[in-house]
Design a protein around this ligand. Structure first.
Ligand SMILES: [Zn+2]
Length: 137
């Protein structure tokens, strides 16, 4: 499955449902067989145990034995804020690399974060650290 507006809409729909009129972060991912897995961020009041919005969907895919092929994360800072696209953080990129460098992720366009474009992890991280080991095989 290729990253498309349907996947972006799934993330937005979850954010709207889970955090109506409020701040929120949500993610949606395509599995290789076309399922959509979604999840939201988790931010406990105390400590630094926050989990990115992608985490739940990543764990769900692993539980089901499915491969993630595309990922979208959306956020808004208040109920009145525009919905922006978030590039997966470094930790989530690392997790998504589990399914290969061709996993697609939505990134905000350089001039308008409410719009998205598709990049593979390889494009987001052309100097991914694991590549060092591929040059010596
Ligand atoms: Zn993250």
């Amino acid at each position: 499955m290729k990253l498309d507006q349907t996947l972006v809409n799934a993330a937005i729909a979850l954010l709207e449902k889970r955090f109506p009129g409020a701040e929120g972060i949500a993610a949606a991912m395509y599995t290789e067989d076309g399922d959509i897995l979604t999840s939201v961020f988790f931010e406990p009041e105390w400590g630094s145990a926050m989990l990115c919005a992608e985490t739940g969907a990543i764990c769900e895919a692993e539980k089901l034995g499915k491969r993630i092929v595309a990922s979208v994360c959306v956020s808004r800072q208040t109920g009145d804020s525009p919905m922006v696209i978030l590039t997966p953080c470094g930790i989530c990129q690392e997790r998504l690399f589990h399914w290969g460098q061709e996993v697609e992720v939505a990134v905000p366009t350089p001039s308008d974060a409410t719009k998205w474009e598709v990049k593979t992890l390889k494009e987001v991280q052309p100097y991914y650290w694991v590549n060092a080991f591929k040059t010596i095989d």
